[in-house]
Write a protein that binds this ligand. Structure first.
Ligand code: PBG
Length: 323
């Protein structure tokens, strides 16, 4: 059927027609809200490149989580900023580390919200790399045991799901084995499987104070021009025991989300990262585009590309509009 018999505009005539034939639904159920926790009390430091986001001490964090739960958002994802850093990043697996304390407190105070914890070392190491160093290289295999130890300490503190983001080879297997041996076989792993070495993490590195002190992350995170490699990375993580896979960033990698959706059955999360958030906020502030509309269009495009879950700093603002 072609013009003039077929006229696509017939079904765009008004909002009811558009609503009826809409192919993609964005829902508050899809959202995960990332949060930054720091030491101290009464702390709520605004993050300048991420308006509306804060480094919060645990007392304020708990209040924020209550608010997020009240908005119907099903999950938060926690990033910790430790008081001190060292070569190995030992604060990451400290039983009284910032994440462990925060998770315990949230679990005591707020019922019925999923707490996901990021498992990585860049916020905890003095050099800012995502694992232990051997010379100036990140030592993959030496890092695995420390990642597993960290993930176990998170789950022991009450984390519902761990999300290893360091892009070490074998990290999902190391964590799966350790959790299983410790009796946590029913705790899922959300794996950052296709995580690219992206400049869009810039604002996050200020927020989490985890910028590398020398070099960059290109020897462990993926090279942006690659897509077939993403499929291999995801396949490996699924074999190693991942329950949910993450593609990160989201908007510049919608093709990767789509490929992953076509290739795999597992739930896919897309991480709408700090730089994607900051761009829209900046343009909105300049009056160059409508920030709320740009937010909703971006989020729906991530869903349309094939993501089931969207990790986004827009979670609360979007939830407001989706009510
Ligand atoms: C830790 C980590 C990073 C992000 C999430 N986990 C930073 C990085 O890899 O440099 C970035 C998230 C964002 O930009 O919103 N490895």
């Amino acid at each position: 059927m072609s013009f003039p018999d077929y006229r696509p505009r017939r079904l765009r005539k008004n909002e009811n027609f558009r609503r009826m034939i809409r192919e993609t639904d964005l829902s508050v159920d899809d959202l995960v809200c990332p949060l930054f926790v720091t030491h101290g009390s009464g702390v709520k430091n605004p993050i300048s490149s991420m308006p509306g986001n804060f480094q919060m001490s645990i007392d304020n964090l708990v209040e924020e989580v209550k608010k997020i739960k009240g908005m119907g958002i099903p999950a938060i994802m926690l990033f910790g900023i430790p008081e001190t850093k060292d070569e190995e990043g030992s604060g990451a697996w400290d039983e009284n580390g910032i994440i462990q304390q925060a998770v315990r407190e949230i679990k005591d105070e707020v019922a019925d919200i999923i707490v996901i914890t990021d498992v990585c070392f860049c916020e905890y190491t003095s050099h800012g790399h995502c694992g232990v160093l051997n010379g100036s290289e990140v030592d993959n295999d030496a890092t695995l045991e420390l990642l597993a130890r960290t993930a176990l300490s998170h789950v022991r503190a009450g984390s519902d799901m761990v999300a290893p983001s360091g892009m070490m080879d074998g990290q999902v297997l190391a964590i799966r084995d350790t959790l299983d041996e410790a009796g946590f076989g029913d705790f899922p792993i959300m794996a950052y499987s296709a995580k690219y070495a992206s400049c869009f993490y810039g604002p996050f590195r200020d927020a989490a104070e985890g910028a590398p002190q020398f070099g960059d992350r290109r020897s462990y995170q993926m090279d942006p021009p690659n897509s077939r490699e993403a499929i291999r990375e995801i396949a490996l993580d699924i074999e190693e025991g991942a329950d949910i896979i993450i593609v990160k960033p989201a908007l510049p990698y919608l093709d990767i989300i789509r490929m992953a959706r076509d290739e795999f059955d597992l739930p896919i999360a897309a991480y709408n990262v700090s730089g994607e958030f900051a761009m829209i906020k900046a343009a909105d502030k300049l009056g160059w585009l409508d920030g709320k509309k740009a937010m909703m269009e971006s989020l729906v495009s991530i869903k349309r590309a094939g993501a089931d879950i969207i990790i986004t700093y827009f979670a609360q603002e979007a939830a407001e509009l989706l009510k």
